[in-house]
Design a protein around this ligand. Structure first.
Ligand SMILES: *Cc1c(COP(=O)(O)O)cnc(C)c1O
Length: 356
């Protein structure tokens, strides 16, 4: 098979070990001689998969016993509703930071359930930076942020200090570097960026936040119900959690410290070429540049289609920017190898020789 370098923003590249384990399990899951697609989620072999996936998340992030871990459905997008439904009480205000489309959708949904205070926004510059100059009101029910803005290529490397419960959408940079999980009361991430295939969402919640949850929440949208039932209140996304478990095994085998070194090396290589190459320019302020999604444009927009074709001919896939911003975007998630970034850099240099 021809090697294709996969820069897709999501669903995205996964470690080969998770793909190989999936192929095997589709034929014969855990020695059952049944396909993973046709086994009961309540079989002891599958219950072991969910238990291991939950334990791996706790191990990798060093979570204390104060945290619950569940795998839900509905994507990261359903969390935009579940969070205010569970944690925004009547008469309370929730604090949000608007750093792009996903943060904006979280704000839009929260407004259906209560009062939202948008503390800061980077919309004035088409979300090309992370706002930092704001204070979180002490009486907010919670504070919500998006650690990595997948569409714009900005990333938060520091989080505000506050006594208000902090909730973070880490869909596109979870497990990409070490961080202090204990500063968050809730973390969530759709699997399909850095953890697995589409179909499941990782949710991590501190017990002290759960205790404050609203009582009247529809069953399927109620965190407590899903936690009490160990991600199995209803049929979970059996295949997706299996792939997450194998990806998490791979992440743990590398460790977050080494993962950060890998990810930094990849991002540094590509940003250096963007800054050096006369044809390209980065779109994000340097200090907020994401290591996961690298956004850039051709100075001469007329060359964009040619460059994308050039990349395709060299088996560099998934480089077109999100439809809402255009330009180019290279997603460098955990499983992408440095060698793939080098192939992209070589293509940029060869394209420059022909077009400069
Ligand atoms: C992709 C993405 C989402 C939306 O995820 P779905 O699983 O498609 O609902 C939300 N937040 C961030 C940061 C994302 O990258």
């Amino acid at each position: 098979m021809t090697k294709v370098h996969n820069f897709s923003a999501g669903p995205a590249i996964l470690p080969q070990s998770a793909i190989d384990a999936s192929i095997e399990a589709l034929q014969n899951f855990s020695g059952t001689n049944l396909s993973l697609l046709e086994v009961s989620h309540r079989s002891k072999e599958y219950e072991a998969v969910v238990a291991e996936a939950v334990q791996l998340v706790k191990d990798i992030l060093n979570l204390s016993a104060d945290y619950e871990v569940v795998f839900l459905q509905g994507g990261a997008s359903l969390q935009f509703d579940m969070i205010p439904m569970n944690f925004l009480g009547s008469g309370q205000t929730a604090a949000y930071v608007n750093t792009g489309v996903w943060a904006g959708r979280a704000i839009k949904e929260a407004k259906m359930f209560g009062t939202v205070n948008v503390l800061a926004s980077s919309e004035d510059k088409n979300f090309n930076y992370i706002p930092k100059d704001y204070t979180i009101p002490a009486d907010a029910a919670y504070y919500h942020c998006t650690s990595n803005n997948t569409i714009y290529g900005t990333e938060m490397f520091e989080f505000p200090k506050s006594s208000v419960p902090m909730i973070c959408d880490m869909s596109s940079d979870i497990f990409s570097r070490p961080f202090d999980a204990s500063q968050f009361d809730m973390i969530y991430a759709g699997a399909q960026k850095n953890m697995g295939p589409a179909g499941t969402t990782l949710v991590i919640i501190k017990k002290s936040l759960l205790e404050k949850a609203n009582e009247k929440v529809p069953t399927m949208l109620n965190y407590k119900i899903h936690i009490e039932n160990g991600s199995m209140y209803n049929t979970p996304s059996v295949f997706a959690i299996f792939v997450c478990m194998h990806t998490l095994r791979w992440i743990k085998s590398i460790g977050l410290e080494a993962m950060e070194i890998r990810n930094k090396a990849k991002a540094d290589l590509l940003y250096a070429e963007i800054d050096r190459n006369s044809l390209f320019v980065g779109t994000v302020v340097p200090e907020d540049r994401s290591r996961m999604n690298v956004n850039f444009v051709l100075k001469d927009k007329n060359l964009e289609a040619d460059f994308l074709k050039f990349c395709e001919s060299r088996n560099l896939s998934g480089l077109k920017g999100h439809r809402s911003v255009g330009g180019l975007r290279a997603s460098l998630y955990n499983a992408l190898e440095l060698e793939s970034v080098q192939a992209l850099v070589n293509a940029m240099q060869d394209f420059e020789k022909v077009n400069a």
